[in-house]
Ligand binder design. Structure first.
Ligand code: GLP
Length: 242
């Protein structure tokens, strides 16, 4: 694992964006696995800036998002589709027909999961971007005694609903289920970029990156991948051994 710690968010965002931009410059039809949450927003802003200045084009890029809530109305401001449009896709030259987010309102959710897996298998992710939940989840793969390899419907843990309640008017509004890519699909990406910010994630960063590999900390499975780059702010990195 290549772990980099940054003194400022600005530097972290610039390096993260330059890694994504270099990949797309080298491979204009790259397939990107994208993430939501507050963590990637600064990276997305930097990518928008690079795109608008003409340094990188996403015209031929395809993207697949990690996850989506089940049952939120499609026009709800907190669907991950809306998030991706407003935080990134609306501001860059990507063809939105080439951007995929699981459909959390599909009439048959199992069929939707299978469809998403078939697309992922055909596409092959060049890079998967990840954040981490406070309990070590990646995408919505929650800690458990076993993890799923493929896309599946997940029951969100109460702590995850609480953590995400800040984006909703009340906890009752936070969906209790989501569709998520499985850890198998994530680990198949040629490269993984994990970004973590903030002191409240320092403990889970330590457990994920330097603790035992266990399904109780899904992010710890990243230790088995040969090409992971981790970008941390100094707060998130504070418990790591040098
Ligand atoms: C959600 C998403 C994850 C994300 C996590 C952390 O649960 N499904 O992909 O990594 O939140 O979010 P944040 O970056 O806001 O801390």
């Amino acid at each position: 694992m290549n772990i980099m710690t940054f003194q400022t968010n600005e530097e972290l965002n610039q390096i993260a964006a330059s890694i994504v931009a270099s990949l797309v410059q080298t491979k204009p039809n790259a397939v990107l696995g994208l993430a939501t949450g507050s963590t990637p927003i600064g990276l997305y802003q930097e990518l928008i800036r690079l795109n608008q200045k003409g340094y990188v084009s996403f015209k031929n890029v395809k993207s697949y998002n990690l996850d989506e809530y089940v049952g939120l109305p499609a026009d709800h401001s907190e669907t991950y589709r809306t998030f991706m449009n407003t935080q990134l896709f609306d501001h860059i030259d990507i063809d939105k027909n080439n951007t995929y987010v699981p459909n959390g309102n599909a009439p048959d959710l199992d069929a939707e999961c299978q469809y998403y897996d078939e697309m992922l298998a055909a596409a092959s992710l060049d890079m998967q971007l990840l954040g981490i939940g406070h309990n070590g989840h990646i995408a919505f793969n929650e800690p458990d005694d076993q993890l799923h390899s493929g896309t599946h419907v997940v029951q969100l843990k109460e702590e995850t609903r609480q953590a995400n309640a800040r984006f909703f008017s009340s906890i009752d509004e936070v969906p209790s289920q989501a569709i998520t890519m499985g850890v198998g699909s994530i680990l198949k990406a040629k490269m993984i970029m994990l970004i973590v910010r903030g002191a409240e994630k320092a403990d889970i960063v330590k457990r994920a990156l330097q603790g035992p590999i266990t399904t109780e900390v899904p992010a710890s499975l990243l230790q088995t991948h040969p090409n992971v780059v981790v970008l941390l702010d100094k707060e998130a990195a504070k418990h790591l051994d040098a």
